[in-house]
Ligand binder design. Structure first.
Ligand code: ADP
Length: 404
């Protein structure tokens, strides 16, 4: 796709967004419970959270489709919503892309895209050139006369994208726009959304429950949990320094280990898990003797042959386990390893390690986070008495011969 086509969107200055203590209730349900949020012009913010966490409500409030019960929204310094004031969506200079495309079925592709220009008072030839340029830009230059039902899902979403950007709005809102599409198409359209949005200069708010999509798209990720914005940070920070255990769990885990804090040096804790000492970044205050839960990111794990690992000695750095599953992933293999009471999944390796084989799993402290878990204290004794050495009978016979 070419970068500059006549009529493509360029040069908009995105809205600066400020949301202060936004509250929205539906009967007994609090969908937003005091959300504060600031987004810079041109920033691409992804709101990530499970279903029901308040993502749509927040975006709909920004769009002006939903009224807040309390709190304020400013767009580029203009107050657009508070307990009393509510500026209509068409006066907010924004556009929205929905999961179900929301195209007018009785209008052609050109008609749908042109509809977004109706307030711009452009002369007919300028409007036509602008529509043609944007349709070219999304790869639908030859489909202008078709109706939505004559297009595939991916093509319909491209029309919706063209309609969103054609009037050069200052804010683009995306409500799970890829969730109805096949995996392959999702990937391609995601790249197109990212490119086109950034080219346009508009500020973007994109909601998803898919952490892979969030990490791939975002300048900034906002994580929502039960109507609260629990973290607002770069993807790197969300991954390395999740603000809460919920954030850690929602943004990719290979597994969790429970142990006792041996000591804390700076922000790194040494946690005894059975025979193993695990190093992890402490989330919140932890002191010696605390029971800690360690969330292990997939990026923390690497697999080593049992024999190759110098660390199968007691008290050393690798978890001994047995491969219980291996799945081909194109760029290598993902393994599931059971180690005593623990199960770690999504352990990537270039080569397959066979099911039933004894292996070691090395843990990179950079991608392990630990937090206090008072509840786990009740069963920590049971867990730590389980030896982490692989019982010989759980190892496949051909592998058992290789064990010391
Ligand atoms: P998400 O987009 O993260 O899935 P929503 O913002 O749609 O979450 O919903 C947040 C909460 O508000 C949920 O508990 C949902 O059931 C509730 N909710 C959303 N819209 C309505 C509505 N129109 N009427 C009643 N409850 C609603």
């Amino acid at each position: 796709m070419t970068a500059s086509v006549q009529g493509s969107v360029q040069g908009t200055t995105g809205h600066r967004l400020e949301v202060a203590r936004a509250v929205k209730r539906f009967g007994a349900t609090t969908a937003l419970s005091g959300v504060d949020l600031a987004v810079e012009p041109g920033e691409f913010l992804v709101l990530l959270g499970p279903s029901g966490s308040g993502k749509s409500t927040l975006v709909r409030a920004l769009a002006g489709i939903e009224r807040l019960d309390a709190g304020r929204i400013h767009l580029s310094g203009q107050l657009v919503a508070d307990g009393n004031r509510h500026l209509a969506p068409e006066h907010r200079n924004l556009a929205m892309v929905f999961q179900d495309y929301a195209l007018w079925p009785h209008l052609t592709v050109e008609g749908n895209v042109g509809y977004a220009l109706r307030r711009r008072r452009l002369d007919a030839s300028t409007a036509r050139a602008r529509i043609g340029g944007v349709l070219e830009r999304v790869g639908l230059g030859r489909h202008g006369a078709r109706y939505p039902h004559e297009l595939s899902g991916g093509e319909q979403q491209r029309v919706a994208l063209a309609r969103a950007v054609v009037a050069e709005p200052q804010l683009l809102l995306f409500d799970e726009p890829l969730s109805n599409l096949d995996a392959d198409l999702r990937e391609r359209l995601r790249v197109e959304i990212a490119t086109l949005t950034r080219e346009s200069g508009a500020t973007a708010i994109y909601i998803t429950h898919d952490q892979t999509e969030a990490f791939a798209l975002a300048d900034t990720i906002g994580v929502l949990d039960h109507g609260e914005l629990v973290q607002l940070a770069t993807p790197e920070d969300v991954y390395r320094r999740p603000a809460t255990p919920f954030v850690a769990r929602f943004t990719g885990v290979a597994g969790e280990l429970v142990g006792t804090v041996v000591r804390v040096l700076g922000e790194t804790g040494e946690i005894r898990v059975g025979d193993l000492i695990v190093h992890a970044r402490c989330l919140g205050p932890l002191v010696e003797g605390d029971v800690a839960r360690v969330v292990v990111r997939p990026a923390a794990t690497s697999i080593v042959e049992h024999r190759e690992s110098p660390s199968f000695e007691r008290g050393s750095g690798a978890l001994s386990g047995v491969v219980t599953d291996v799945a081909y992933r194109g760029r290598g293999y993902d393994h599931v390893v059971a180690a005593g009471p623990w199960v770690l999944s999504a352990i990537h390796a270039a080569q397959a390690h066979p099911r039933g084989g004894a292996v070691g799993v090395l843990l990179d402290p950079e991608h392990c986070v630990a937090f206090a878990d008072a509840d786990a204290a009740r069963y920590i004794d049971d867990l730590t008495t389980v030896t982490l050495t692989v019982p010989r009978e759980r190892v496949a016979p051909e592998m058992a011969r290789r064990l010391p």
